[in-house]
Design a protein around this ligand. Structure first.
Ligand SMILES: C[S@@+](CC[C@H](N)C(=O)[O-])C[C@H]1O[C@@H](n2cnc3c(N)ncnc32)[C@H](O)[C@@H]1O
Length: 261
């Protein structure tokens, strides 16, 4: 079934050369945001389908790990919040917590805002924005979650530094994302599967293979889970938990903001 778009996001996405934009940090956001605007109405269903239902348990594991390290958090950010899964889940576990979800995709936030009423959790709100310039003053936040977030930003290190800036010393960052597997044979197979299945769904739903083919491209341009750990460590974090799934293709990191950055 081809999904009709009611906005111009699909046209804006199609007008770009995806590979060229992915290779140029000044252009990447210009394709990433329209792409998420296009997929927003189907994002939750697609994620469950594409991960064979594993997305829910990966997110649950991340929330469990974050709650363990930040049980008394009062102020939280869910960066790259999308439709709000992690912010809602964290707020449900920590009754004292207020969470702001931040995302540049207006269409993702439409769904997220609809879910506030459905979930009945009013301690979560959403803000149109970029995780490279977070709406918080220095050292003012207790906990940050990022679900499949860091892979999408134009400047990974700048986004990690921005999280370090707003977290108070001792504050907790929890991230879940796809990573480049270390093993080259598995990496090739993993990316081939994601590219092929993504292209098929992109063609089926939008007659635009690259809409979901983006996932494999973004992983190919990303780092390994081990390199992400090193990146966190050199930007003001102590990594207290790193877990990999899918033979290194998926990773969970929990890191604590150190006193010095
Ligand atoms: C794969 S979705 C993840 C949504 C949600 N966190 C989840 O776990 O289901 C990635 C999200 O990153 C957002 N994003 C892209 N660039 C971003 C940026 N520069 N700052 C913050 N979020 C960004 C997209 O709009 C999209 O909603």
């Amino acid at each position: 079934m081809v999904i009709e778009q009611t906005n111009d996001a699909l046209a804006r996405f199609r007008a770009q050369d995806l590979d060229a934009a992915m290779a140029d940090a000044s252009r990447k956001q210009g394709v990433v945001t329209p792409m998420f605007d296009v997929i927003a109405p189907r994002y939750d269903a697609f994620t469950q389908l594409f991960s064979f239902g594993m997305d829910a348990s990966w997110k649950q594991n991340l929330i469990d790990a974050v709650v363990l390290h930040a049980p008394h958090a009062h102020r939280g950010l869910d960066v790259a919040c999308g439709t709000g899964d992690l912010g809602f889940a964290l707020a449900a576990r920590l009754p004292q917590l207020r969470v702001t979800g931040v995302d540049p995709s207006a269409e993702m936030l439409v769904i997220a805002n609809q879910r506030i009423a459905a979930r009945g959790i009013e301690r979560v709100n959403f803000h149109l924005g970029d995780m490279a310039t977070l709406p918080a003053t220095d050292a003012s936040v207790d906990v940050i979650t990022a679900g499949y977030g860091f892979r999408n930003v134009p400047d990974l290190e700048a986004a990690v530094r921005e999280c370090a800036r707003v977290l108070r010393p001792g504050g907790t960052l929890g991230s879940l994302d796809f990573f480049l597997p270390q093993n080259t044979a598995w990496r090739a197979l993993f990316l081939w599967y994601l590219r092929t299945s993504g292209n098929v769904v992109g063609w089926w739903w939008h007659r635009t293979p690259a809409i979901y083919g983006y996932i494999a491209r973004s992983i190919n341009a990303f780092v390994t889970a081990r390199d992400f750990t090193a990146l966190l460590q050199r930007n003001g974090f102590r990594v207290v938990e790193q877990r990999t799934m899918l033979l290194g293709g998926m990773g969970l990191h929990v890191a604590v903001r150190t006193d010095s950055a």
